[in-house]
Design a protein around this ligand. Structure first.
Ligand code: AMP
Length: 200
């Protein structure tokens, strides 16, 4: 299996890149945000529970997200691999994911950290707001999501750096160029079993 995590600030392009990587390497794309939005669309009990957090730009409590992600990940264990998009987002989630994977004798191979300037994130988000239809794609909520990212998620960089798994990717270039850089790093990893230590 090839198991990856991708994280970065709101609007960094993790969803787009995850879909492209999943297609190229035949991986299952597990987006925690998409799972939650589906529940909201269905009007399920879980959807109603999480809507309150999403529309405010806040993180859904760890317990809720862990249950939902585990439930979906279990069915994907016999696949070519999983790309976890938007999960983990807190240190607790990262520790719990490690435990979950260890129990299943599965390795997390690489963690892709997307780097994009704040100004560019804001430009993209305001552009995307018109067609995404997402309730959290507004200027005000964007600012909340940025703060939440900095306070609760950015620390994952250190956590996975210590595990020598972090791949830092500049997400400023056009989509295709960013995908090509990530693919190059994945191919290098598969060949040499090492993650590039420099920003690519
Ligand atoms: P995303 O589609 O990844 O931008 O996620 C949209 C929203 O879903 C986030 O702003 C959070 O409210 C919620 N969410 C998604 N993934 C997680 C997670 N791993 N932990 C907590 N909340 C999450």
């Amino acid at each position: 299996m090839l198991n990856l995590v991708i994280f970065g600030p709101p609007g960094c392009g993790k969803g787009t890149q995850s879909a492209r990587i999943a297609k190229k390497y035949g991986l299952m794309h597990l987006s925690s945000g998409d799972l939650l939005r589906t529940e909201i669309e269905k009007g399920s009990k879980l959807g109603m529970q999480v809507n309150h957090y999403i529309e405010r730009g806040l993180l859904v409590p760890d317990g809720i997200i862990l249950r939902k992600v585990y439930k979906n990940a279990i069915g994907l264990i016999n696949s070519a691999g999983i790309i976890f998009d938007g999960f983990p987002r807190t240190l607790i989630q990262a520790v719990m994911l490690d435990r979950f994977l260890k129990k299943k004798s599965i390795k997390l191979n690489m963690v892709i950290h997307m780097l994009v300037d704040r100004g560019e994130l804001f430009r993209r988000l305001t552009g995307r707001a018109e067609d995404s239809g997402r309730v959290d794609d507004t200027e005000q909520i964007f600012r909340v999501r940025m703060r939440v990212y900095e306070k609760q998620t950015h620390c994952l960089k250190e956590y996975y750096s210590d595990q020598k798994k972090i791949l830092q990717v500049s997400g400023m270039a056009p989509v295709e160029d960013v995908s090509a850089k990530i693919a190059h790093a994945i191919d290098h990893y598969r060949e040499k079993n090492e993650v590039f230590s420099n920003v690519i």
